[in-house]
Ligand binder design. Structure first.
Ligand SMILES: NC(=O)c1ccc[n+]([C@@H]2O[C@H](COP(=O)([O-])OP(=O)(O)OC[C@H]3O[C@@H](n4cnc5c(N)ncnc54)[C@H](OP(=O)(O)O)[C@@H]3O)[C@@H](O)[C@H]2O)c1
Length: 269
């Protein structure tokens, strides 16, 4: 009998960690599907080990891997090959962004952003789908954490916003390609979330979101729960919360040239 597992990348903190805690809890009688194991993937071993031991039920399995490297992807691929589990859920939450204008940033920051946000996410899907088999009516899904930053070009955060446009477009196309296999693919588009993301994106300059963004910050646990519910309902795109739905609507209605004009003024301030 193959074990049924969930795989979560970006599991050492923030949204990924919230998914791990949601999936590893005592969920009997709730909408959350049961898993024998939850593979928690990230680079920071200490953080993953702490999360695994505080879950207290031995279900959380730390997998230490740098997914921006071929060797990191191979670590996960080899583990799948040797253990042959059935994967019921893949959450791609590993991600990063570095704020600042492109010409002010080292090439490595751009490369790393594309590697982890786009290539690693795509390759994780590529290696995991062969192990995803829908059994009966149970849900089988892939949840890709994109961002509302992917709705529009963003001067001052250009590479990150473009990488998240990739995640949205890729997820939507795959939701069609993988539907015949019974796999629900969904992109999640939140606005600001209370995690370590902003501190890392500003290279330690801002511990939290500032300015107007701080009024829209949501909790990662709430986002993980609502996202899983939406994936189980078979949604292809989950924009959350309502403030981001308005932004999504505006991104479709307002000409991009106008938005770039507004953003250009904001960049000069
Ligand atoms: N927070 C927000 O406001 C926000 C809004 C919209 C979308 N998002 C997206 O949400 C996702 C999760 O971010 P977060 O907010 O939870 O931030 P976070 O707390 O900084 O988490 C990022 C996660 O990605 C992992 N990671 C980064 N580079 C990696 C690599 N090379 N290999 C393996 N794992 C790597 C990190 O683990 P290690 O450092 O241990 O490897 C960490 O677990 C990202 O895709 C982000 O773009 C965030």
């Amino acid at each position: 009998m193959h074990r049924k597992i969930a795989i979560v990348t970006g599991a050492s903190s923030g949204i990924g960690k919230a998914f791990i805690e949601l999936l590893a809890g005592d969920n009997s009688g709730s909408f959350i599907p049961p898993f024998d194991e939850i593979w928690a993937i990230a680079r920071r071993a200490d953080a993953l080990n702490d999360i695994a031991s505080s879950s207290g039920n031995g279900k959380v399995v730390p997998v230490i891997a740098d997914l921006s490297e071929d060797s990191g992807i191979r670590t996960v691929e080899d583990k799948l090959k040797s253990e042959e589990p059935v994967v019921g859920l893949l959450v791609n939450s590993a991600g990063m962004g570095i704020k600042g204008q492109v010409m002010d940033k080292p090439a490595k920051a751009l490369d790393d952003t594309v590697r982890i946000n786009c290539s690693a996410l795509s390759r994780m899907i590529r290696i995991t789908v062969p192990y995803m088999k829908r059994d009966g009516n149970s849900h089988t899904g892939i949840i890709n954490i994109a961002s509302s930053a992917g709705f529009l070009p963003q001067p001052g955060f250009a590479c990150y916003a473009a990488s998240k446009s990739y995640v949205i477009s890729f997820s939507r196309a795959l939701s069609v390609e993988l539907r015949s296999l019974g796999i629900d693919v969904m992109a999640v588009c939140p606005g600001p979330v209370a995690t370590d993301f902003q501190r890392r994106a500003t290279e330690g300059k801002e511990a939290d979101f500032t300015g107007w963004r701080k009024n829209f910050v949501i909790d990662p646990d709430q986002l993980a729960r609502k996202s899983l519910q939406a994936s189980i309902k078979g949604r292809r795109m989950f924009v959350y919360p309502f403030s981001q739905k308005l932004l999504h609507l505006a991104s479709k209605l307002v000409p991009v040239s106008w938005i770039l004009g507004i953003e250009s003024k904001a960049l000069k301030e």
